[in-house]
Write a protein that binds this ligand. Structure first.
Ligand code: NDP
Ligand code: GDR
Length: 327
């Protein structure tokens, strides 16, 4: 039985990855940071009905000693480093924290693995945000990086540290350059979930308007369930490597709005307003991934269309609001 340690287990990807690893018969150790609201924080795992199947243990990305102790104690065969301050917009307000958690935090995990369990396989949650102000219409593993936020700069540090540990110490360390992936478990502050939640509230008469920022940004959105499958495939390879994971289809935030509102029989133009409050100091205008390498080497392809993703998210938010309204 493989023992897998997941940092960021309480996040969207941590929940789906835990579920997948449990289905594969793995022992899943989830690192949980100390919080006064631990009951609420496990909600995604509770929602998937797996919270009692995971061993939740205390630790923090900024506390190297906690990471070393965890790895010494549980001797994981695989380490999935998903923990991060992952909200791009917040990274301008908390650049140093973002650097410490998202950047140095990854180096801490790599150090802990190198010291306590160098034979473990390591996965780094890298991001398409690293491409940032790209000139390429479609981005792949060879595309130059030009990060546009403190978050993306921190992710780039973590990415290159992963590559460096592979090259310096021969560690089985892989980096997944994942494009945006969403689901009903997506944090409410991210634009897709903000939109599907807004659609549900407007449809049920709980709100009239939805205020957004830049509607012209283009993103390549896939389903988180498909993307965690790619993480597992990467660690199953004999040789560690870096892979872009994406659908290859890009649409604007405006188009996402149109599709989400129309799924509920609404016209987005009647409800969406623009606010400068949600504009960013520097924007990433266009992301569209080329996952050809993952397709050829991992046999990975996405299975969920954007239409199906939006339908699942809107329906889940409608059901959730109906439940709390009827309680
Ligand atoms: P979430 O924001 O949903 O989850 C982040 C996780 O990190 C949470 O479990 C959070 O814990 C944990 N965390 C934050 N700070 C610390 C800390 N100091 N110590 C320990 N744990 C901490 O992210 P996603 O699940 O969406 O993404 C997973 C990873 O993939 C992230 O690294 C993200 O940057 C990256 N990524 C995500 C993409 C996406 O589209 N979703 C695309 C590309 C990369 P808590 O619950 O306590 O806040
Ligand atoms: P992103 O996701 O920054 O791509 O990072 P987000 O959903 O926050 O933004 C996507 C695009 O939508 C525009 N936008 C808005 N965004 C938010 N959050 N709220 C709004 O009201 C709004 N209006 C317009 C943004 O400007 C942006 O262009 C996500 C995170 O999961 C990262 O951790 C991950 O690395 C990348 O995806 C890939």
């Amino acid at each position: 039985m493989q023992t897998c340690l997941i940092t960021g287990v309480t996040g969207q990807d941590g929940a789906y990855l835990s579920q997948l690893l449990l289905q594969k018969g793995c022992r899943v150790i989830g690192m949980l940071r100390r919080s006064a609201s631990a009951d609420v924080i496990g909600d995604r795992l509770r929602g998937l009905g797996i919270i009692n199947d995971i061993e939740l243990v205390d630790g923090d990305m900024m506390d190297l000693s906690s990471l070393i102790r965890l790895i010494q104690t549980y001797k994981p065969d695989q380490v999935y480093n998903l923990a991060a301050q992952s909200f791009v917009a917040a990274s301008w307000n908390q650049p140093l924290l973002t650097g410490q958690v998202t950047g140095i935090g990854a180096a801490n995990v790599l150090e802990a693995v190198r010291i306590a369990r160098p034979e473990a396989r390591y996965y780094q949650a890298s991001s398409s945000e690293m491409f940032g102000k790209t000139r390429e219409p479609q981005q792949n593993e060879a595309t130059l990086f030009h990060p546009r936020s403190p978050y993306a700069v921190a992710k780039l540090y973590a990415h290159w540290t992963t590559v460096n540990y592979r090259e310096s110490f021969g560690m089985h360390a892989s980096s997944g350059i994942l494009f945006n992936h969403e689901s009903p478990l997506r944090g409410i502050e991210f634009v897709t979930r903000k939109i599907t939640d807004g659609v549900a509230r407007i449809k049920l008469g709980l709100a009239k308007e939805l205020s957004l920022g830049n509607l012209e940004a283009k993103r390549d959105w896939g389903h988180a369930r498909d993307y965690v499958r790619a993480m597992v495939l990467m660690l199953e390879q004999e040789t560690p490597d870096d892979y872009v994971i994406a659908t290859g289809r890009t649409v604007t935030v405006r188009e996402f709005c149109r599709m989400a509102f129309s799924h509920a029989g609404l016209n987005y133009e009647d409800h969406v307003t623009m606010s400068n409050n949600f504009l960013r100091p520097a924007e990433v205008d266009l992301l569209c991934g080329d996952a050809g390498k993952a397709r050829d080497r991992l046999g990975w392809t996405p299975t969920v269309t954007l239409e199906a993703l939006i339908a699942e998210m809107v329906d889940a938010d409608l059901a959730r609001h109906r439940r709390s309204r009827d309680q």
